[in-house]
Design a protein around this ligand. Sequence first.
Ligand SMILES: [Zn+2]
Length: 83
Amino acid sequence: MKLTCKELYDFMGDYLDGNLPDDVMCVMKTHLSRCPCCEHYLENYRMAIKLGKTCCKQFAEEQVPDSVPEPLIQAILEARKKK
Ligand SMILES: [Zn+2]
């Protein structure tokens, strides 16, 4: 089994959550160790998740700026309800 870089990107979220079958995890690990580009992507992906969480937390504690469109506020409130 072989993954292209593009396929690997699609699996990235599940990879970080550990939601993939062992053989896929294994293929991804091998690919990542040989492909600097994908390794870099993984790092960025990780960082984005981290930042995303931090941002959400700050956002929840701060006042919502006027420039945020109403549908976005609703979407965020909806997302927070689910947790
Ligand atoms: Zn790659």
